[in-house]
Design a binder for this molecule. Structure first.
Ligand code: NAD
Length: 256
């Protein structure tokens, strides 16, 4: 379905971003990966799906590096048809204890990077008359949790940016939508499980059960594969007129 298209997925060396990159690659899209840590493993996983894969290590907190990444993607594949703004980090603390530099980093990586990548991707999409922008927000783009001030503020911002991007391009073939996962067992969440296990003196499995039990009625983690399938749907012709939605995949978290 996506043969001949190019997808750039930020923060795709791990977790949800890698899951979405692989789902788009399975539909034939060439992939530009981004993110830190091991690169060869994720590159090989995507290449095994029979598409071309490139990588740029831009730090998404730095607009000049985002500009370099977008130039690189255009040089490699002509243009970016599908942009997935996924890179994100977390920090958990009450507001009065929240380190200001962590606030700045979360706003830069989780929110401002999506603005920069979007503003740089749109002109080529507009010239082509087709594009898909998918913002990985969170249930925390729709509701709040204590001790996540920067994350909740950034993700609510991402949902707002999604709506504006969708509206400004509403008469074109460019759509923009947000995905709002509940708990997904990636390294980002494993850190929170580990912290909870240590604080309560319980096993890792017990900490996972308590984490799910507090917020997610299904008591199941959403998977990167399920989120990848939703991204593929947003890229499909059936989603041509799905514009500006924030679609939660959260085991009932936001239904409560
Ligand atoms: P993860 O830690 O597994 O992956 C994060 C990715 O972002 C990695 O590839 C990492 O290298 C990259 N990254 C981090 N800082 C970066 C930077 N400055 N520049 C470039 N890349 C950077 O986390 P994840 O759980 O897969 O999270 C992906 C997205 O999904 C995030 O936006 C997160 O907020 C969102 N999300 C996660 C969950 C969850 O439960 N895991 C739930 C809702 C939303």
């Amino acid at each position: 379905m996506l043969k001949g298209k190019t997808a750039l997925v930020t923060g795709s060396t791990s977790g949800i971003g890698l899951g979405i990159a692989k789902a788009l690659a399975a539909q034939g899209a060439n992939i530009v990966l981004n993110g830190f840590g091991d690169v060869d493993g994720p590159k090989a996983e995507v290449a095994a799906l029979g598409v071309q894969v490139a990588y740029h290590g831009a730090d998404m907190s730095k607009p000049a590096e985002i500009e370099a990444m977008m130039r690189y993607a255009a040089e490699q594949f002509g243009r970016v048809d599908i942009l997935v703004n996924n890179a994100g980090i977390q920090h958990v603390a009450r507001i009065e204890n929240f380190p200001p530099e962590r606030w700045d980093a979360i706003i830069a990586i989780n929110l401002s990077s999506a603005f920069h990548a979007t503003r740089l991707a749109l002109p080529a999409m507009q010239a082509a008359g087709w594009g898909r922008i998918i913002n990985v927000a969170s249930v925390h783009g729709l509701v709040a949790s204590a001790e996540k001030a920067a994350y909740v503020a950034a993700k609510h911002g991402v949902v707002g940016l999604t709506k504006v991007t969708a509206l400004e391009n509403a008469t074109s073939g460019i759509t923009c939508n947000a995905i709002c996962p509940g708990w997904v067992l990636t390294p980002l969440v494993q850190k929170q499980v580990d912290a909870r296990a240590a604080a309560l003196g319980v096993s890792n499995d017990e900490a996972k059960n308590r984490l799910l039990g507090e917020k997610e009625p299904s008591l199941q983690f959403t998977t990167p594969e399920e989120l990848g399938a939703l991204a593929v749907f947003f890229c499909s012709p059936a989603a041509n007129n799905v514009r500006g939605v924030a679609w939660n995949m959260d085991g009932g978290w936001v239904a409560q």
